[in-house]
Design a protein around this ligand. Sequence first.
Ligand SMILES: [Zn+2]
Length: 502
Amino acid sequence: MIHAKWLLLTFFLFPFLAQAQLQPCATPPVKSKWLTLYQRHPEHYAQPEEDTILYIPLTIHLLGNDDGTSHYPIDRLLTSLCQLNADFAQANIQFFLESPIDYIDNTAYNHHSTVVEGAQMMFENDVENTLNCYFVDDAADACGYNLPYASIALNESCTGQSHTWAHEVGHDFTLPHPFLGWEGTEYMAGDTAPVKLTYDYTYFQDTLILDTLIIDTAFTELVDGSNCEIAADGFCDTPPDYLSDRWPCTADNTNGFTEVDPTGATFQTSGELFMSYSYDDCQSKFSPQQIAAMRSYILDEKPNYLYNQTPYPQLSDQQTPLLSPAYEAITDKTHTQLVWASAGTPATYHLVVSKSFTMAYPFVDTLITDTTFLLTDLEKHNYYWQVQPFNKYSFCSPLSKRGKFTADEMVAIFEQAGERWQVGPTFVQQGTSLHLTGQHPLSSDADLSLVSVSGQVVQTQQLRAGSLDYELFLSEKCQRGLYYLVLHIKGHPVLRQKVMVY
Ligand SMILES: [Zn+2]
């Protein structure tokens, strides 16, 4: 099957969809054979129980360039996944990550200007029995598209807190645009619409056909609803809509100008449907008939998606606490261990460490299942870090607060029961702090003292066992000069370190 498609692609490749501006969705008009039959007799089709949530497995492909750059960032992917599940909650359909996130380095696919190239990318990389979604820099000059015989491509700039993904998944679950037939035809305000429209859906049949132009006709939907079952998208609860360019909505969520149906009846289009081309902030729903059709379609045509219907417990919507190092702690640039609180259920953590307060140009940007991460190759610099947990089913946990530490030389080292402890910095500014940092909690109480060169104890702090990071704040008594920092455990000095206060 793959080979046949490849032959077609090799021999019949030709330019397609020459669109000047970024279109909202390059999925041209199509009404699947399944939907045509379904709409004649929806009562003949099985429906899942109304309160049954259908869990759909996703494979996410993040396209980058050949040099490994320009992949869609994980925090934005999580925002998009959280939004997708929010948009489909009303339909009792939820999505989970079946496969690990698939990183693909391929500049040509990342910036593909035709749907045919996109199809090639999908034939090469689609994972069976999952809904495959590709995040790219250029998706055939559109915000996204869905190929009925393959999968979904999304332009990264149209995702996040937007409904583009829900729109394309709606297509994948057999929904046409409510303005079916008008794609590529501009409706002029006040014009009386024709009774029928012709449209080209050559590339959006059930299989990819490259050597035949396929033209069909659609009836224009009337305001009185008399032809709603056969006109446009065939749903009677999606009112007439002739608007095939992206459009902003008014305060009452309509297009704000008059449309005229073939009988002369006038109307305006509501912006609420995800399958329309209204702006994102107008959209909020699928119609009940659209939802019923999607649920029947999944049961009837995509039962292979429904093999795992047992979700994990949802992760907390609270920020993950950062445990160590303490905020603004001084740490060892050759040994700084980041520790954060476990989410309590199976989770992957997205960890980002950056020298920049804005978290730009991350020094570390990684996914791990552990709750600690060791940094051994830092510069003498401020660092910021954040953690965000997610799991196969749960994408809405917020980013943690931003942690901050300063990597520095930490020359004072002592061993306690085989554990390495470090004290720093050794050149310390008046009115700031010294830090004692370990890999494991201190196993017994201790005293940390600052002693002048003449032997006078300037200040002492008791350290309670059980922590990884202790701070000694230099009191006013601690004038500029040279001191010894002395650590006593059970009365025995275990560390003596020269410290210069300046
Ligand atoms: Zn569309």
